[in-house]
Design a protein around this ligand. Structure first.
Ligand SMILES: Nc1ncnc2c1ncn2[C@@H]1O[C@H](COP(=O)(O)OP(=O)(O)O)[C@@H](O)[C@H]1O
Ligand SMILES: [Mg+2]
Length: 279
């Protein structure tokens, strides 16, 4: 599918009347476009099922993810629309301008860099996650690419795996973990044992800690070979094989606390916000 992306569904074209569109990604069952029109600036997401390959088992849920996300956005009171196309589901939502967290801290990661990660950038990410937690939801897929650092505020995107309220049954699917780099030990352990897990706010705090660490230093929180099979990576996370990597200063101490092995030892997102706003 990677060679020829599908077209914008007709329902989306009718609703948005695009004057220009740019393909942003086309990978693993998901296509994203940036669409502009006189009606606004939107991200359009399309899902389709992933066939089994040598590395991947079949993943039919990727077809449902955009509608599930659209339903979550609607529940949370954000602007969005969602529907079905021939091979799966779609949604559209406002386009958020700006680089992501990983890009914003690129200069901090250069080997001889003396640039310290900006506390204000971290605070923006914390505030975006705090907003979601305050509404009683957990994100489930917190990672650097999902924080868009805008001129006015930071947005947390990709709510396809979020938990906290009802979503239509026909678009729902179990949570099977996220990118292992950002997976809390208890999530990895549960995925290894049962194939599924429950996203929680505590696991989001861990994932934000891991996101801040990797964006500021280039290092993952946990030690495992890059090419290790997913189950081996998860075992390392579950066993808590932390790398001795630190972000310098008080921000670093805070990140260390967020990466605590036991969920109850991690600060809540409100505690993180409070500590950061004093730095
Ligand atoms: N609302 C949005 N505003 C700006 N960029 C977006 C938006 N939604 C998606 N993107 C871009 O598309 C990429 C993939 O989107 P994402 O929602 O993470 O989909 P996927 O389910 O494929 O992971 C993001 O990393 C970002 O670059
Ligand atoms: Mg994503």
């Amino acid at each position: 599918m990677s060679g020829s992306p599908p077209e914008l569904p007709i329902a989306v074209r009718g609703a948005l009347m695009p004057t220009s569109q740019r393909l942003v990604i086309n990978r693993r069952g998901s296509v994203v476009w940036e669409v502009e029109s006189s009606r606004g600036h939107y991200a359009v997401k399309l899902g389709y099922p992933i066939e089994a390959t040598a590395e991947w088992p079949a993943q039919p849920w990727t077809a449902l993810a955009p509608a599930r996300e659209g339903a979550v956005l609607y529940r949370l009171g954000y602007l969005s629309a969602f529907g079905e196309w021939e091979r799966g589901t779609w949604n559209f939502q406002p386009w958020h301008l700006g680089p992501d967290l990983y890009r914003v801290w690129e200069s901090c990661r250069r080997p001889d860099s003396s640039i310290a990660p900006h506390v204000s950038v971290a605070l923006g990410c914390v505030e975006a996650l705090a907003e979601l937690h305050a509404m009683g939801w957990a994100h489930g897929d917190v990672q650097p690419a999902h924080f868009i650092i805008g001129p006015e505020r930071t947005h947390l995107i990709d709510l396809a795996l979020a938990r906290g309220g009802p979503v239509p049954e026909q678009y729902d699917f179990p949570f099977r973990g996220c990118l292992v780099h950002y997976e809390a030990p208890e999530i990895s352990r549960s995925v290894l044992a049962t194939g599924e897990a429950e996203p929680t706010q505590e696991a989001d705090v861990y994932a934000l800690g891991a996101s801040l660490l990797i964006s500021a230093t280039g290092w993952r929180a946990v030690e495992y070979p890059d090419d290790a099979p997913r189950a081996v990576q998860r075992k390392a996370v579950a066993d808590g094989r932390r790398r001795p990597v630190k972000v310098p200063g008080e921000l670093g101490e805070l990140i260390d606390g967020m990466l605590s092995h036991a969920p109850e030892d991690r600060p809540t997102i409100c505690e993180v916000r409070k500590a950061l706003s004093h730095l």
